[in-house]
Design a protein around this ligand. Structure first.
Ligand code: FES
Length: 317
């Protein structure tokens, strides 16, 4: 099959310092992966094309790229699963990372964030005389998150990182969960406190992109949500995110609906005067336009039924 590729190129060391797209036309076999196609380009058409790969078996995590705008391991992506005859396949380097050249990104910021979550076991208490045996069910549960191969696909497509480079990001937070949920680790509370800081677990917007693109089904966002619950259970409640969660649930239980005015005030913190003052212009603007819900709850008629549903859900958790 004759296929067309559009590949984003970039080499700051040439006389063309801005990124640009280059088109390639090549024959692809029906067993080709996207990586096979790129290697064919490099070996038979354009030896200057730079890309990174090693295992070619979705193990090493080095071949993450954006294919038609979505992060993927290109060695795991069958060419004909993302392309149809007559179409052009667009390939770019991963997002949210500096590009070194062509399809190769700089992983240093990625590793810096992994280091920030202390990615190693910190047991406390007496050292066991023999091997520490963890309960089987705990290890089975952890196997899912330990499948992470650090490919960076989740980081590439994280919508929070696009606007806040300081956010720890899904890969580092999934790594943090790996230790928070490990019964052999003794620093759970300290870890949760650190993760409650700005740029931590409460900055995720639950857009699900990391879950969508993870090639190993690590489900980073789900891990982040569990850490939020664990933080609240552990009494680590000094963040806007935690207060937001409490206020949201209380509002729905009280009146059957969300009171957005109270939600804002309570999330910021009632005694956080600078924070409240900073929100005042937004409140005034909403008030002028008749968009400010009253502070006092206007409950819906079936609020008792809604409260029963919330309480049932709380029991289940
Ligand atoms: Fe190793 Fe793709 S080359 S994961």
């Amino acid at each position: 099959m004759l296929a067309n590729l559009k590949v984003r190129r970039f080499d700051p060391e040439t006389s063309r310092p801005e990124p640009y797209f280059q088109d390639y036309e090549l024959e692809v076999e029906d067993w080709f992966t996207v990586l096979d196609a790129l290697i064919k380009v490099r070996e038979e058409i354009d030896g200057t094309l730079s890309l990174r790969c090693a295992c070619r078996a979705s193990i090493c995590g080095s071949c993450g790229m954006r294919v038609n705008g979505r992060a993927r391991l290109v060695c795991k992506t069958k060419f004909d699963s993302v392309w149809s005859p007559g179409e052009t396949l667009t390939i770019e380097p991963m997002g949210n990372m500096p590009v070194i050249t062509d399809l190769i990104t700089d992983f240093n910021p990625f590793w810096d964030k992994i280091r920030q979550v202390d990615p190693y076991m910190q047991p406390t208490g007496p050292v066991p005389k023999a091997e520490y045996l963890a309960p089987n069910e705990d290890m089975v549960h952890l196997a899912g998150v330990m499948n992470c191969i650090m490919c960076g696909c989740c980081v590439s497509d994280c919508t929070v990182l696009e606007v806040d480079k300081d956010f720890l990001g899904p890969a580092a937070l999934a790594k943090a969960y790996r230790f928070v949920a490990d019964p052999r680790d003794g620093k759970t509370e300290e870890r949760l406190k650190d993760l409650n800081e700005p740029t931590g677990i409460w900055d995720c917007t639950r857009c699900m992109q990391c879950v969508e693109v993870c090639p190993k089904d690590v489900d980073p966002m789900e891990r982040i949500m569990v850490m939020r619950d664990k933080a609240i259970e552990a009494g680590v409640k000094v963040t806007a995110g935690s207060r937001h969660t409490d206020s949201f649930v209380n509002s729905v239980k009280r009146s059957g609906r969300l009171n957005e005015t109270r939600l804002t005030i309570e999330s910021i913190g009632i005694f956080n005067i600078p924070g409240q003052l900073a929100m005042a212009p937004v409140g005034l603007s909403a008030l002028r336009k008749g968009k400010m819900p009253p502070v006092r709850d206007h409950g819906i008629p079936s609020k008792k039924a809604v409260r029963a549903i919330v309480e049932k859900a709380e029991e289940k958790n």
